[in-house]
Design a protein around this ligand. Structure first.
Ligand SMILES: Cc1ncc(COP(=O)(O)O)c(C=O)c1O
Length: 388
């Protein structure tokens, strides 16, 4: 069977298409299914893009990224993330973190290798690994652990076939942050078993309520099987511009990455890269302001969900998702469909992996505008009051 036939079309995409169809037919919809930041990009990014265009920076560029951006990213990763061994030659600019993960797996995986993932997990991170021929092994995240990815549960899944441990903190779909002591244990586990560690840090900047991000790579700067993945989509609301990067000091891995980038995309859109360079020097207050809005949106939803037991949310300090436990006896897929029928977007738990269906959950995203949240909480409350 062709590998692609084993990959889903994406359940959230299907839900989104239905919602947008309904919108075209005049129905009011609330985009609680989507993880796309509502904010406009910063003026500095727009100016940099316009300038690059005026200066005709539209020619072929190095396939691992323009030197100016790689240099700025290396500085950022050293100073902000504590990846002290990373220099510009260790960075590959990619078409978003999604493409970064695609590249990582293609460069690492031999047919039948096992990669360990948190479950639930943003689907594409896992399916991309299968696309490369990996067998994906889930570690169930439990509500009683605050959905934290625990080293002891990871260790129990390690076999002679394990190639890598994948980690995503802050986590999509729960918003959970893996604490430092657990990050240390996971890092030690990777070293002990000589495994690659793939850290997807797409939500590194989406933090509020005291949520803090630690890059696991900062704890083991000399470990060259450490691969760190970043995105401009969530941090700088640049989702449509498609910018991300991979940082790794391993020479063989970087040689493979360079070959794959050359033979596939041959470099990322040059103009978007100049925009990304400007994003790295936007004022920190801008990110703070976006995070204040995310917290406000989260709190509006929490308020709307208070005092009922059909959807019981985990309270996140990062990312922009409410992972809600669905009352026992109610089928989350049925609940999800009923919500969608009245225009309330959402993503049922089984979009996010095998254990997610036993976890009885749905995800409500709050990356849409604050106004949309304000307008949507009423219908959500009404729906839950009447749901049978
Ligand atoms: C955990 C995680 N990693 C990566 C991505 C992809 O980000 P990008 O837009 O940079 O491809 C997402 C998008 O939702 C995500 O949730």
């Amino acid at each position: 069977m062709n590998r692609l036939d084993q990959i889903s079309l994406g359940k959230i995409v299907v839900i989104r298409e239905k919602l947008l169809d309904a919108q075209r037919n005049g129905k009011k919809i609330y985009r609680f299914e989507s993880g796309d930041p509502s904010f406009d990009i910063h003026q500095d990014i727009k100016i940099a893009i316009e300038k690059a265009l005026k200066e005709n920076k539209t020619h072929y560029i190095p396939n691992n990224g323009i030197p100016e951006l790689r240099d700025a990213l290396a500085k950022k990763l050293n100073n902000e993330n504590g990846l002290t061994k990373i220099s510009d030659k260790h960075i590959s600019v990619t078409n978003g973190a999604m493409h970064a993960l695609y590249v990582v797996y293609q460069c690492l995986v031999d047919e039948g290798d096992e990669i360990i993932f948190p479950d639930p997990m943003w689907t594409e991170a896992v399916e991309n690994a299968r696309l490369a021929g990996a067998i994906t092994i889930g570690v169930e995240l439990r509500p009683e652990d605050g959905y934290i990815y625990l080293a002891k549960n990871i260790e129990s899944k390690i076999t002679s076939k394990t190639k890598a441990i994948f980690i995503n903190s802050p986590h999509n779909p729960t918003g959970a942050i893996v604490p430092k002591d657990e990050l240390i244990k996971i890092a030690q586990l990777a070293i002990k078993h000589n495994l690659w560690l793939i850290s997807d840090e797409a939500y590194e900047h989406v933090l509020y309520d005291g949520g803090k991000h630690i890059s696991i790579g900062s704890l083991i700067p000399d470990y060259d099987k450490m691969i760190s993945v970043y995105s401009f989509s969530k941090s700088f609301a640049m989702s449509g511009l498609r910018l991300g990067c991979i940082a790794c000091t391993n020479e063989t891995f970087n040689q493979r990455t360079a070959k794959l980038l050359r033979c596939t995309v041959n470099g990322i859109n040059s103009i978007a890269q100049w925009g990304a360079l400007a994003a790295l020097t936007t004022p920190p207050e801008w990110i703070l302001e976006m995070n204040n809005q995310y917290r406000l949106r989260r709190d509006l939803l929490l308020e709307a969900l208070a005092g009922q037991d059909i959807l019981v949310p985990f309270i996140p300090k990062a990312a922009f998702y409410l992972w809600c436990k669905v009352k026992e006896g109610i089928d989350p897929n049925h609940l999800s469909e009923e919500m969608a029928k009245i225009g309330l977007g959402n993503a049922p738990g089984d979009c996010f992996g095998e254990s997610a269906s036993t976890l009885q959950a749905i995800r409500i995203a709050f990356s849409c505008s604050t106004q949309m949240i304000e307008q949507g909480v009423g219908p959500l409350q009404e729906f839950l009051k009447n749901f049978k």
